[in-house]
Design a protein. Structure first.
Length: 71
């Protein structure tokens, strides 16, 4: 019986220590808060043949955009 009461005390102490633990300091870990995604602004770009394409035409599809420039 003594072993059981000792086990109960140990489990209670572990649970109390876990509940009292402070939340992690995300700022010191340099972790940013995740904000909900925002819709992309409407825009239109020409393809290599000069035909315009609007982002709205691709709604509901996965789109990867690559922008680059040369100076």
């Amino acid at each position: 019986m003594m072993h059981r009461s000792f086990a109960v005390i140990v489990v209670a102490a572990v649970l109390a220590a876990t509940a009292a633990a402070a939340a992690p300091d995300f700022a010191s870990l340099k972790i940013d808060e995740i904000n909900p995604p925002k819709p992309a602004p409407a825009f239109e770009l020409p393809d290599l043949d000069g035909r315009p394409h609007r982002l709205a035409e691709l709604r509901g599809k996965v789109v990867m955009l690559f922008f680059w420039t040369t100076w």
